[in-house]
Design a binder for this molecule. Structure first.
Ligand code: IPE
Ligand code: IPE
Ligand code: MG
Length: 246
């Protein structure tokens, strides 16, 4: 691709890892085999992200709406989540990756919550790639919990007009992170599925038909190149923002 570069590399990439079930079904395998292949794809992608010194990746692993799936799939997914966390955390730590989980964690088993907390604690001082994993996450829930925590912290005689966007920002799950620059959804659907609703306001949206287990470093490079060719205007005119990135 020879598109003119309008952007530097994205700082923060948000990914909806979709298409695991269809990947498995196409091969006559149970859906969980697709989820397992999905974990492998994520592992490879993280290795690549570390290699290219990417700053932040936020992946959608399980939505609040995903509880509505058949009980067996949900329970296998929870087992996979637990086993992957346990088998990967040391390697992630060695690679200087800082892990954070966003979403309503209290719905998970005590054991899983413990593993999540341990993984966050172990990697908390790491300075490399920040890997945020959205589990039992919903964008609407995030905004709602931000409002609740804001009201909870604020004095009762607060003047409503003193509440601003920054106050909401400070109470969202991704506090401290810049908004995603690039959003990638695999699996062919062109929707947000209740992901980072507030934070995606000005993110560049990239959709690909590739199913998540087939999404590799080359595909990721294509998405990054596509991003680099986008002109981000944030409401201004093209002329105002015109500048070629070397
Ligand atoms: C995404 O893959 C993973 C989760 C939602 C946990 P899917 O399981 O949604 O795969 P498809 O969309 O059915 O192919
Ligand atoms: C979004 O995928 C959630 C995750 C990838 C974790 P879904 O497969 O659940 O999304 P919909 O239901 O097709 O919108
Ligand atoms: Mg899906």
């Amino acid at each position: 691709m020879n598109a003119e570069k309008k952007n530097t590399r994205p700082n923060h990439v948000a990914i909806i890892m979709d298409g695991n079930g269809r990947w498995a079904e196409k091969r006559g395998l149970p859906r969980i085999a697709g989820h397992r292949a999905g974990v492998k794809a994520l592992r490879k992608l993280i290795e690549f992200a570390v290699e290219i010194n990417l700053n932040v990746i936020t992946v959608y692993a399980f939505s609040r709406e995903n509880w509505q799936r058949p009980e067996r799939e949900v329970s296998l997914l929870m087992d996979l989540f637990m086993s992957s966390l346990q088998s990967e955390v040391q390697d992630l730590h060695k690679n200087n990756v800082k892990l954070k989980f966003i979403g309503e964690k209290s719905s998970f088993s005590k054991k899983l919550q413990e593993s999540i907390n341990n993984a966050e604690a172990l990697t908390s001082s790491n300075t490399g790639l920040c890997l945020n994993v959205a589990v039992n996450y919903s964008g609407r829930w995030d905004i709602l919990q931000a409002c609740r925590s804001l009201i909870n912290k604020t004095s009762t005689n607060l003047d409503l007009k003193d509440i601003n966007e920054e106050d909401i920002n400070k109470n969202l799950s991704l506090v401290g992170f810049n908004e995603p620059d690039l959003f990638i959804r695999t699996g062919g659907e062109q929707r947000i599925s209740n992901y980072l609703l507030w934070q995606l306001a000005y993110t560049e949206l990239y959709f690909t038909d590739t199913l998540w287990p087939d999404f590799d470093a080359d595909q990721f490079k294509l998405a990054i190149e596509w991003f680099e060719g986008r002109q981000r205007r944030f409401g201004k005119t093209s002329e105002q923002v015109k500048k070629v990135v070397q």
